[in-house]
Design a protein around this ligand. Structure first.
Ligand code: FAD
Length: 443
């Protein structure tokens, strides 16, 4: 029996994860990507002679499927992961305290949630009362996770659970706004609770930070190199599907496949399906995009004593030292800033850096640049039903970090969705039996 011909539309992480899975199961896989670059929202490009990611991406140790994806692509060595959760946070100097203040949270080698207790007790950015508030909130999330409901914003939950202004600004905002890329009053309390409990409350190793030491596009290219064909730039404009097969239209071409994975953002999926309800897919209008912006700074000055750090009460929530004299400043939920001129944002970010980071007083900014993704992540409005991988047609499945994976829109969610979409296709088409004996494709 000939290998089923499967198309994957969308060359982001979700599409690539689905494609890799299907390829390993013995399908003939062709990928269609609108852009010249692979990786979608997790990609890289050349800017002024430097290859930069379109935004700094981090993963946590609990993102096991993302790590597995990178390893299967043969790029496991490109991932760096902390030995233990260890984060330094700076409060900018200002009236009353001209020098920046450094605080640190570092996990001890004991079970969760006690692993952070010691460093939390000495964390400089919170008063004793603030620490008690946080301890009570974490205890509530452990004992009564259902108190954080879907239809409630996390901001409301925090206030209902006695979190004061200082606690919110010095703890919840710097950790949760970048984690979910939304202001606290817009993020879903249940999603916030999921992140906190997955990262901090169950396993003392789960919240270790990791990142790629090579440009993300390199990982995506390696993953795609195993496929039978990669069409790019190639927009799929429309699709016709029936149990017998799928016809994709891209430009003037009409291409026939046995099955398809649609791994595109919600609006693009709505266009391809035409009538989502006809495929058993819930309405796709309820997703709000939130912007992410990164400001890249090249400077002459000393090396800083960290790989990355948080800056409290600053639009630059996190700063990453990507190399000697190169800082990448990450600005989440940046909708109000994303349209500002690059020069203004570079000046603003550099000012924030100088006020927050001791040791850079004599440093000289050489150059700056900004990368912007207006649709950085998709947040479902309260009550929105996220689609599952399967549709009512066995040979059409959907994927995307924004679909119903149980995770917020992240790289982990993207990979999980792609794997789920591939598994659903294999189930629907009995593809599993095609799997060759012995080792699968090279890993
Ligand atoms: C700046 C930034 C920083 C981020 N930081 C983090 C982080 O630190 N940690 C983390 O876990 N996540 C982070 N994320 C989120 C993460 O990047 C996404 O959740 C994930 O990459 C989404 O993958 P995806 O495949 O679901 O979607 P996408 O990456 O959006 O992929 C969809 C692809 O479909 C293509 N496409 C659309 N329509 C068509 C069509 N008609 N035909 C062909 N192709 C089409 C698009 O071009 C795109 O490549 C960040 C996102 C951004 C933007």
């Amino acid at each position: 029996m000939a290998a089923p011909r499967v198309a994957v539309v969308g060359g982001g992480l979700a599409g690539l994860a689905a494609a890799m899975e299907l390829k390993d199961a013995g399908c003939r896989v062709e990928l269609f990507e609108r852009s010249r670059l692979l990786g979608g929202r997790a990609s890289s490009f050349e800017m002024d002679g430097h290859v930069v990611d379109n935004g700094q991406h981090v993963y946590l140790a609990c993102c096991t499927e993302f790590v597995r994806f990178v390893e299967r692509a043969g790029m496991g060595d490109a991932l760096h992961l902390q030995d233990r959760f260890d984060v330094v946070a700076y409060r900018k100097g200002g009236p009353g305290h001209p020098e920046p203040v450094e605080g640190r949270l570092r996990a001890a080698n004991i079970p969760a949630p006690l692993h952070l207790l010691l460093s939390f007790a000495s964390y400089k950015h919170l008063s004793f009362a603030g620490k008690l508030q946080i301890a009570r909130a974490l205890a509530t999330l452990m004992l009564n996770p259902r108190s954080a409901r879907d239809e409630m914003s996390f901001d409301v939950w925090l206030k209902r659970h006695g979190q004061g202004r200082e606690t919110i600004r010095s703890f919840w905002e710097p950790f949760m706004v970048p984690a979910l890329n939304a202001p606290l009053d817009r993020m879903n309390a249940a999603e916030a609770a999921f992140v906190i409990s997955t990262a901090f409350l169950r396993d003392s190793h789960a919240a270790r930070f990791g990142y790629s030491t090579v440009p993300l596009a390199g990982i995506m290219e390696r993953a795609a190199s195993r496929l039978d064909a990669v069409h790019r730039p190639s927009v799929v404009n429309s699709m016709q599907a029936s149990p017998e097969g799928v016809v994709l239209r891209s430009g003037d071409e009409e291409l026939r496949f046995d099955a398809v994975v649609l791994a595109v953002p919600p609006r693009a999926l709505a266009r391809l399906l035409g009538d989502p309800a006809a495929f058993g897919v819930p309405p796709l209008e309820g997703y709000e995009p939130f912007a992410i912006m990164d400001v890249h700074l090249w400077f002459e000055g000393p090396q800083l004593p960290f790989d990355f750090a948080a800056i409290l009460e600053s639009p630059v929530q996190w700063v990453f030292q990507k190399g000697p004299g190169y800082l990448c400043c990450s600005l989440s939920a940046a909708d109000a800033l994303v349209a500002k001129p690059t020069g203004d944002m570079v000046a603003r970010a550099w000012e924030e850096i100088l006020r927050a980071l001791p040791g850079l007083a004599q440093a000289r900014l050489l150059r700056g640049a900004a990368t912007r993704v207006p649709e950085g992540t998709y947040l479902p409005a309260p009550g929105t039903v996220r689609p599952k991988a399967a549709t009512s047609l066995a040979n059409v499945t959907v994927a995307g970090a924004w679909t119903d994976t149980g995770w917020p829109d992240t790289m982990e969610s993207a990979v999980r969705s792609g794997t789920a979409a591939a598994n659903e296709l294999m189930k629907g088409l009995n593809i599993e039996r095609m799997r060759p004996e012995g080792p699968l494709a090279h890993v």
